[in-house]
Design a protein around this ligand. Structure first.
Ligand SMILES: [Zn+2]
Ligand SMILES: [Zn+2]
Length: 523
């Protein structure tokens, strides 16, 4: 009897508690969002959010609440759900979700405007060559073939038109500035021209420039086209809309270069950011005993042999000196030493080839006819040879200790990809080192407000975890490779906060003061 009564009381208490929590949550939600003026709420909306890596620099770094995020890939959306429990996650195609994103914001912000809207569409950009092809096919009356990904900026622009944020930020590959897309009217138009045509009439002033994130203190090299729009009257007055949105040098709306310029900080080097990490080896020690993230893929003997003889900053393709006899004048096509016949430490493959008896030309087995006209008879002997792998001299290359890392890509674990070798150990960079170089984690000597807050735990809509809750090295490398570094995002958005006179005091960016610069530019 007593036991049953206790159970009833406990259940009702639980119910009451959960009601109270929901109520407090609503009150908190309301209080949490700060009003800047009659029409603006201090918050951000993110689209093409990836795993929310860039949002770390906004929400945790700049303390701007990200009220919603949109991401197509389920496990990336799951990372946002896990790391930002207060952010509403829209999972799917932005063309279908744009209205929901707008409605959610209107409801949550009580029809006021968000302070910031961020989009990082996975556009491919276009070489000037591609622009020429499009024009040429137009000239002969054909419909040009275009990469649909380049059009993903269009639904983003619609959201800006509807919500009218004080600021918007568009992050793209560099080449985006000369990219032509089919616009909403089915006409060809340069992307930046499209932004101006649609957003200038709404009061925006827009500037676009290429920023190398290592100039902002990020320990790796990454160039992106950063386009910033603002509709705050006092700023628009000082920096009016221009027809040519692309600027050759960063505009006053862009963050100030703090690194790699004379009189400021030098670029952050690999040595500073990962020099303290314990030794690993891709044959004998692929994971650290204490840190499961400090792990690397295993190499085969071939890769190991090539890379162990490759000096810092060099590529295995240049290993023309023989390990056995020291003979140094081997040619770049040689796979064995011309002097003693030993194998050279260069990337090699076995190929099946035959030699044309008429002209002595060497052909792959798959080719049955020589260009001289000779047809290979079936019974003719095919020999197995070794050849230097065809590849760019940026692959099988070691990085340099005293430079920033090269661009982190989704392939950061693959030595045959561009610039992936550790400066001196026989391995690629570990997952932990990628996190340090990405600026998601702080290396010794720096202090990020988002340090160690982010977890690679991805949660499905129904609450189930991807990968049983364990991180996968592949996921980390991919998500980092496709994301804007948190420090870069923090510096870019911090710049907007500095420029915005409605934001005061402790919320202003820390570190490099931009006040003096602002005075110089705006007064
Ligand atoms: Zn030799
Ligand atoms: Zn021939």
């Amino acid at each position: 009897m007593v036991r049953e009564l206790a159970l009833v009381i406990r259940n009702s208490l639980n119910e009451i508690m959960s009601e109270v929590i929901i109520y407090l949550r609503q009150v908190y939600d309301f209080m949490e969002l700060k009003t800047l003026d009659e029409e603006t709420i201090f918050c951000s909306i993110s689209t093409f959010s990836g795993g929310g890596i860039g949002d770390a620099g906004i929400e945790w770094g700049c303390k701007v609440p990200v009220i919603s995020a949109c991401e197509l890939v389920p496990d990336r959306a799951g990372l946002i759900r896990h790391n930002y429990p207060d952010t509403h996650v829209f999972q799917g195609d932005i063309w279908q979700l744009k209205q929901d994103i707008i409605k959610h914001a209107q409801l949550k912000l009580k029809d006021k405007s968000p302070w910031l809207f961020v989009m990082s569409p996975p556009c491919q950009g276009m070489s000037s060559n591609g622009v020429g092809r499009i024009r040429a096919s137009m000239a002969v009356g054909k419909r040009p073939k275009e990469d649909e990904r380049n059009r993903l900026v269009l639904p983003g622009v619609e959201i800006v038109e509807q919500l009218k944020p004080s600021w918007f930020l568009l992050e793209n590959v560099r080449r985006m500035e000369n990219t032509i897309i089919t616009n909403e009217k089915g006409e060809l138009e340069n992307i930046l021209d499209m932004l101006g045509r649609r957003l200038h009439p709404l009061g925006y002033t827009i500037r676009s420039a290429i920023i190398d994130f290592r100039d902002l203190g990020v320990p790796h090299h990454r160039q992106r086209l950063i386009t910033i729009g603002c509709r705050i009257p006092e700023i628009v007055k000082k920096l009016p809309p221009v027809a040519e949105i692309f600027c050759k040098i960063p505009s006053p709306l862009h963050p100030i270069r703090t690194h790699g310029v004379h009189g400021r900080f030098p670029h952050i080097s690999m040595r500073e950011s990962i020099g303290h990490m314990p030794v690993l080896d891709s044959l004998t020690k692929t994971v650290d005993d204490k840190d499961p993230y400090h792990q690397i893929p295993k190499w085969n003997q071939e890769h190991y042999f090539c890379m162990e003889h490759t000096p810092e900053g060099c590529t295995a393709f240049d290993n023309n000196t023989c390990i056995s006899c020291g003979y140094a004048a081997n040619l770049s096509k040689d796979v064995d030493c011309l002097e003693c016949g030993e194998r050279l430490p260069k990337p090699q493959i076995n190929v099946e080839e035959w030699e044309c008896p008429d002209c002595n030309f060497t052909l792959r087995k798959s080719r049955t006819a020589c260009k001289c006209g000779f047809i290979r008879p079936n019974e003719m002997k095919v020999s197995r040879n070794r050849r230097v792998v065809r590849g760019f001299k940026t692959s099988y290359r070691r990085l340099k200790w005293d430079s920033p890392a090269s661009t982190l890509t989704m392939n950061s674990g693959v030595i045959s990809s561009d610039m992936k070798g550790h400066p001196e150990q026989n391995r690629v960079l570990s997952v932990r080192e990628i996190l340090l170089l990405s600026s998601l984690e702080a290396h010794p000597g720096v202090n990020y407000e988002w340090d160690k807050k982010y977890e690679f735990r991805s949660v499905n809509k129904d609450g189930k975890r991807f990968y049983n809750g364990d991180f996968t090295p592949k996921l980390v490398r991919q998500v980092i490779g496709e994301s804007i570094p948190p420090l870069a995002m923090n510096r870019i958005v911090g710049r907007l906060m500095d420029l915005d006179s409605r934001i005061e005091g402790p919320t202003k960016t820390k570190g490099i003061s931009t006040q003096k610069f602002l005075e110089e530019v705006f007064n």
